[in-house]
Design a protein around this ligand. Structure first.
Ligand SMILES: [Zn+2]
Length: 92
């Protein structure tokens, strides 16, 4: 029996061994177990010797580096706009 997290239902449920659809070796020591939650949504669980689970099952690791650059540019733009508004509000 496995404890799986369903992101659609936002809750953990038990997945019986007879309810497992797929078991796949992703790499040595890391196994993916797939099935469905009681409401029918797809769920997956990572397990194995190499897998170190996080406390929050909704955390899938750091964002890909591809996302960092646009977000930094957007953050710089908002910081610039915010500075302009605060300067305009403080200056008479
Ligand atoms: Zn669900």
């Amino acid at each position: 029996m496995f404890v799986v997290y369903c992101p659609v239902c936002d809750r953990r449920t038990l997945l019986g061994v007879d309810e497992v659809d797929w078991v796949e070796n992703l790499q040595p020591g890391m196994i993916s177990v797939s099935g469905h939650c009681p409401r029918g949504h797809d769920v997956a669980l990572l397990t194995g010797d190499m897998f170190k689970p996080n406390e929050d099952p909704r955390y899938y690791g750091p964002a890909p580096k591809l996302w960092h650059k646009p977000v930094r540019k957007l953050a710089a733009l908002f910081a610039k706009l915010f500075r302009r508004r605060t300067n305009a509000a403080t200056c008479p």
